[in-house]
Design a protein around this ligand. Structure first.
Ligand code: PLP
Length: 392
């Protein structure tokens, strides 16, 4: 088969291939604990499910306007305006099937071949995949454990050049659980003001999964709002445990929103009508389920971090957001890929090598704690047995 050359540049998300390998082991009768996939294990809150079902029964079974139904665009505009302390109009909102298409569409819309894109490393692998896909050059800013997996602002500045077209931020972060502080955001804004032609894609999909303090968004900085050069990516998958519904959005300048909507009309036409009605219920309904999930994630985080630090050769700092632990494993004497394989094969614990998120992820594993406390406890016990043998 002869494929277009650009397809060779497209990457993937290892979480899905590790999940497939773990499922194959389960089919052989092995019992696997899943700490690899990044989705809440909770079911979608009942009132949201009800709203989706009611929408179908009420006949919302047709195409919707490309950028989304007006009432959800308005609710999202209000929510983003309130949470980020900025002005947002519904015309700036494009609703998509999950937040992921916003990466795809904005990179396609803004980045030309030969442009540079500054992005964190380790990071969500689709950023790098898409930058390569469009023929641009990814420039990586390392995130290190010593610095709480936050940017070193001098390294960030050094990565920018007159060729930089786009900067990608992600806080709270996958895979590290790191969070940019208000000071970090102010520092980044000061640097970005020196580069007025650079766009910012701020992936804020974990903004409600923050364990302490207030969420700080680059979009709240004067001159960097989504009416100008920042694109906010957010969605419902993580906050409302709605991964399978596929519902996310971007907030950006009106002219860019029109181009992004054009990309959507060329690909998937619109987001499912019933899903959008469910999203409206999520935003307008009670938020206690979100708070309940956050409290449970906090307890699991404390459990997994304490347990990991007891294991030989493992050192884990406390994640400040999202639902991932990113322990350093160099003292085990294994590479991250080898250790992830070993833990799956010998301990029946599925997790991801840090290298699935880029080269600066070497020496780390990513464990998703979107699993029950009981399973996390079991996984830690089994990992301990295997590590005792290999580390001594
Ligand atoms: N951004 C980050 C950092 C993620 O980890 C994910 C999902 O894992 C997404 C965006 C996309 O989520 P969705 O397309 O389900 O909204």
């Amino acid at each position: 088969m002869r494929l277009a050359r650009r397809i060779e540049r497209l990457g993937t998300e290892t979480a899905f291939s590790v999940l497939a390998k773990a499922k194959a082991l389960e089919a052989e009768g092995r019992e696997i604990i899943h700490l690899e996939i990044g989705e809440p294990d909770f079911d979608t809150p009942g009132h949201i499910v009800e709203a989706g079902c009611k929408a179908l029964r009420d006949g919302h079974t047709h195409y919707t306007p490309t950028a989304g139904i007006p009432e959800l665009r308005e609710a999202i505009a209000d929510d983003v305006a309130r949470s980020r302390g900025i002005d947002v109009v519904p015309e700036q909102v494009v609703i998509t099937p999950g937040g992921k298409p916003i990466m795809f569409f904005t990179i396609l819309a803004l980045v030309d071949e030969g442009d540079e894109v500054l992005l964190p490393n380790p990071a969500f692998p689709i950023y790098e995949s898409m930058v390569n896909f469009v023929g641009a050059k990814p420039v990586f800013v390392p995130l290190r454990q010593e610095h709480g997996f936050r940017f070193d602002l001098e390294e960030f500045r050094a990565g920018l050049s007159e060729r930089t077209r786009l900067v990608i931020l992600n806080s709270p972060a996958n895979p590290t659980g790191g969070v940019l502080t208000a000071d970090d955001i102010a520092g980044l804004a000061a640097i970005l003001h020196e580069y007025p032609n650079v766009y910012v894609l701020s992936d804020e999909i974990y903004s409600r999964l923050l364990f302490t303090g207030d969420f700080a968004s680059i979009a709240s900085e004067p001159g960097l709002g989504p009416d100008g050069r920042t694109i906010i990516l957010d969605g419902f998958s993580k906050t409302y445990a709605m991964t399978g519904w596929r519902l996310g959005y971007g907030v950006m300048s009106v002219p860019l929103a029109e181009e992004v909507a054009k990309l959507q009309v060329n690909s998937n036409s619109c987001t499912s009508a019933a899903t959008q009605h469910a999203g409206l219920a999520a935003l307008e309904g009670p938020q206690d389920a979100v708070e309940g999930m956050l409290a449970e994630f906090t307890a699991r985080r404390d459990l997994i971090v304490a347990g990991l630090n007891e294991l030989p050769g493992i050192e884990c700092i406390t994640p400040q957001g999202a639902f991932y632990a990113f322990p350093r494993i160099t003292e085990t004497g294994h590479t991250a890929d080898d250790l992830a394989d070993l833990l799956l094969d010998e301990a029946g614990v599925a997790c991801l090598s840090g290298t699935a998120f880029g080269r600066y992820g070497e020496g780390h594993l990513r464990l998703s704690y979107a699993n029950s406390r009981e399973n996390i406890g079991l996984a830690l016990g089994r990992m301990g047995e295997v590590l005792l043998h290999v580390v001594g």
